[in-house]
Design a protein around this ligand. Structure first.
Ligand code: SF4
Length: 357
């Protein structure tokens, strides 16, 4: 896979562009005016290695809270603004590391100029976020209902407004709820500009169906070298978006780190509760940073082979199961104790503590 060559921008200390790793971001769902809840959510996202967090700034009160939120956050915070350029200016004063705002929606040229000038002064980039659900009137009709082409035209229009003010510190997203429309939109846009892409499938759905949808869409885009930062948008805890994001990047070979789990689908030969063990391990090991391959296999048919090729693995047996580490058998444990023995071995190999909270 060859990444598309783009300009590189900086969201706080995180570089976004062709030479930087594809970063993972999410968005808080707490009410921004509620500083304590928003900070709590950001801290939780940080503990799962979320690299950029977006916060909606929809009222003057939210902009006031933002200052305190940013002071307490370790990750760069992007302020998400719709329509009101004053909120954009207030967010910059509050210390936002990025703005998500569509210049075409904030009113006259004077307001666009004001925001661009303030962003330049603060060294803060802007993400233009085109969404198929909120395209400007007329654009869709002009493209005979072709959402991908309409999103591209909309994105280019917003970019032109910023470039007209001498502002080039830009990234852009074109998100549709439809996977193939989103893919085509980015493919078309890649031919036109060299600004980095924030990729995602918008309003993708629940953790299960949304992760599948995002995995397909983002997988295709990343395979084509398109995408410099991503958000998996789910109707769930924002932490799930981060877990899903890293999973996609790991499976595309674009990021390393974390537990790569192999678990068998089980069959009539299964001797242990593979589904429970795999789910439990996935949950408690989600914050592990080291790159480690773990196998949980139900019996001795494929169990020893897969476990031997993993860093650590279980091959289920009648009453007792075998634990492998680095290709060798290191013990035989009662089936009630094998998961704990596996976890202890993961802690020993990685030097990291499993988080049971
Ligand atoms: S590893 Fe064993 S239990 Fe699991 S699916 Fe294969 S044969 Fe069935």
């Amino acid at each position: 896979m060859e990444r598309r060559k783009t300009r590189t921008i900086k969201i706080g200390n995180v570089s976004v562009g062709s030479d930087a790793p594809v970063s993972v971001q999410s968005m808080t769902s707490a009410v921004t005016e509620d500083t304590a809840s928003t900070v709590r959510q950001i801290k939780e996202l940080e503990s799962y290695n979320c690299e950029i967090v977006r916060v909606a700034v929809n009222t003057a009160e939210a902009a006031k809270s933002l200052k305190d939120i940013i002071k307490r956050a370790r990750v760069p915070i992007v302020a998400d603004i719709h329509f009101d350029h004053k909120l954009a200016l207030a967010s910059l004063e509050a210390g936002a590391s990025g703005l998500r705002i569509n210049p075409g929606n904030i009113g006259d040229k004077r307001k666009v100029k004001e925001v661009a000038t303030a962003c330049k002064a603060h060294g803060v980039p802007i993400r233009i976020g085109v969404n198929s659900g909120s395209l400007e009137k007329g654009i869709l009709g002009k493209h005979a209902g072709d959402f991908a082409a309409a999103m591209v035209e909309s994105g280019l229009k917003h970019i032109k407004l910023l470039e007209g003010e001498g502002f080039y510190d830009i990234k852009i997203s074109l998100k549709s709820t439809d996977v193939l429309t989103t893919v085509r939109g980015y493919e078309l846009l890649a031919k036109e500009i060299d600004y980095p892409f924030h990729i995602g499938i918008t309003e993708a759905g629940t953790a299960f169906s949304g992760a599948i949808k995002s995995g397909i869409g983002l997988g295709i885009l990343l395979y084509e070298g398109l995408g410099d930062t991503l958000r998996v948008s789910l109707s769930d805890d924002p932490v799930m978006e981060v877990i899903a994001g890293y999973n996609i990047l790991r499976n595309m070979g674009l990021r390393r780190g974390g537990v790569r789990l192999i678990s068998c689908p089980t069959c009539a030969r299964t001797e242990i509760d593979v589904a429970y063990m795999a789910k439990r391990l996935e949950k408690v090991s989600a914050k592990i940073k080291s790159d480690i391959k773990v196998a949980i296999m139900g019996c001795v048919v494929n169990g020893p082979g897969e476990s031997m090729h993993a860093d650590v693995g279980i091959a289920g047996g009648k009453g007792k199961s075998v634990l492998f580490s680095k290709g060798k058998i290191i013990g035989k444990y009662d089936n009630k104790e094998i998961l704990q023995a596996l976890i202890a071995e993961i802690e020993s190999i990685t030097g990291e503590k499993i988080d049971y909270s």
